[in-house]
Design a binder for this molecule. Structure first.
Ligand code: C2E
Ligand code: MG
Ligand code: MG
Length: 454
């Protein structure tokens, strides 16, 4: 027997008003229908306690659309809506609870939601999430491609967790986002810890946005010294971002950069860094210091973004910076997803006159394919190999091998994080081109750097 609410909803969906509640592509309910159904359930005392919501978000759907086009995207959505539907029907068929009813809707481009009514809620919802998730294992065939698709799934339930319709949506969304940030292709029940995490995340996001607006960031410069000259002349430096909040708190880039990358803020920070670097270079040139080469770090999202590349071009023109005095530091994370696309982007950047440096080499993929196919000028050997290299045979051997590789490929090499004279001597003997480390110089504010160059 179906509840009065479900009866009303199915009538609504088959009425003349159908079109304003229907998703044209899949024939499922749309977001309006989803909200209507939740509002009705939540206001019905009889039904409210039995209500749960599952949100299903397709992983990386934007990239699928961009790579394979909208019509392939639509074929995928249609196929997925059918798989979700059959997963629910399978679970209902297997369940001992006769009173289960549900609404499956497409609530946004790449997101489906299921409002489920049933007595044996938790275990049933878990079984639906599991079944929906396993439904994604089979690749999806479109007219042109066969693609492996996955989804991040989250669920929350009424009364024991959410106290209102808004909370039910919010909590299932938090559970879905938690599944996504834990590596995607997973399902999760909402928990109170997710709420705390989510609040902390929003606080940090607005703190970073405010920091950009209120100019709380600055750049520090860490010189790199030429091994042959033994650190006497300063001709190169790496620009490193620093964040000091208005209340005086210093937050390390090792903390906020990965956070910004994960939460879509790295482009905003990257633009600030590059413009500030150009302003600083212009300021130096106005003071007749024009012989220094500067490197700057970019995050994977920046490298992928055509707009960021155009921004670089714009800033170079605006501040009249000589691009031959610039190096872009990328990590292997920037490359991993699509080597041919990365190559295309790097070639465009190199065409401007900017050199490419591969940062933190040895800590990620250490891919020789990247080295052989990409237009890389400099390899930066990560600090983990430099630390104690003079007394640790394996680290020493790795450094010698990377330096030999760089030499053989006609690239320069930079050893990062040199902290002692023993390490410096080992690096110099290895034939490495440059050293960057506290033994010679710590990162310093621009003014101090200017003094050090004179
Ligand atoms: P990185 O690009 O590998 O930068 C080198 C890091 O090593 C810097 O840390 C520098 O201060 C530190 N370092 C240099 N010499 C020594 C040494 O002798 N001993 C030790 N213990 N550390 C040394 P920092 O400034 O905290 O930056 C950490 C990371 O944050 C950077 O690693 C980079 O990945 C990222 N980062 C910094 N600024 C930016 C930026 O403007 N944009 C982006 N996307 N990332 C940035
Ligand atoms: Mg770097
Ligand atoms: Mg590094």
């Amino acid at each position: 027997m179906r509840s009065k609410v479900m009866h009303y909803l199915s009538k609504l969906f088959s009425s003349n008003r159908k079109y304003s509640f229907c998703d044209e592509l899949t024939g499922l309910g749309n977001i309006k229908y989803f909200h209507e159904s939740l509002a009705l359930h939540a206001s019905s005392n009889k039904d409210a306690d039995k209500l749960s919501v599952i949100l299903i978000n397709i992983d990386g759907f934007k990239d699928i659309n961009n790579c394979y086009g909208y019509s392939a995207g639509n074929e995928i959505l249609l196929e997925i809506s059918k798989r979700i539907q059959s997963a629910i029907n399978y679970c209902i068929h297997e369940s001992i609870d006769e009173f289960i009813s549900y609404n499956l809707c497409r609530v946004s481009g790449d997101e489906f939601s299921i409002a489920i009514n049933g007595y044996d809620k938790s275990s049933f919802i878990t079984s639906v999430m599991r079944k929906v998730s396993s439904g994604f294992k089979e690749p999806v065939a479109t007219k042109s491609e066969t693609l492996v698709i996955s989804a991040s799934i989250g669920a929350a339930e009424y009364s024991t967790q959410a106290q209102s319709k808004q909370e039910l949506i919010k909590f299932s969304d938090m559970a879905m986002c938690n599944a996504k940030s834990s590596g995607s292709n997973q399902y999760r029940w909402f928990s109170r810890e997710m709420e705390t995490e989510s609040i902390e995340k929003s606080v940090m996001i607005s703190k970073i946005k405010k920091a950009i607006q209120e100019n709380e960031f600055s750049l520090s410069y860490q010189p790199k010294v030429n091994c042959k000259e033994g650190g006497t002349e300063l001709k190169e430096a790496e620009a490193l971002i620093r964040w000091k909040t208005k209340s005086g708190e210093q937050i390390s880039p090792a903390e906020f950069i990965p956070f910004a990358e994960k939460n879509g803020l790295s482009n905003d920070i990257g633009k600030w860094v590059f413009e500030q670097l150009c302003k600083d270079i212009k300021g130096l040139e106005d003071n007749n210091i024009s012989n220094i080469k500067f490197s700057f770090n970019v995050s994977p999202n920046q490298l992928k973004d055509e707009v960021f590349r155009l921004f670089i071009e714009k800033m170079i023109l605006k501040y009249k910076v000589n691009p031959n005095k610039l190096q872009m530091e990328i990590t292997e994370h920037c490359i991993a997803e699509d080597i041919s696309k990365t190559k295309e982007t790097l070639l465009k950047i190199k065409k401007l006159g900017i050199e490419i440096s591969l940062d933190d080499f040895g800590t990620e993929y250490s891919s020789l394919q990247f080295l052989s196919e990409l237009p890389i000028d400099i390899i930066k050997i990560d600090r983990i190999f430099v630390s104690g290299c003079h007394e640790n045979r394996k680290r020493g051997a790795i450094i010698n091998a990377i330096v030999a590789l760089a030499n053989g490929l006609g690239m320069q090499s930079v050893a990062e994080g040199v902290e002692s004279i023993q390490e410096a001597k080992f690096i110099i003997k290895s034939g490495c081109t440059q050293i960057q480390g506290f033994y010679y110089h710590k990162p310093m504010p621009l003014k101090e750097f200017v003094t050090a160059t004179q």
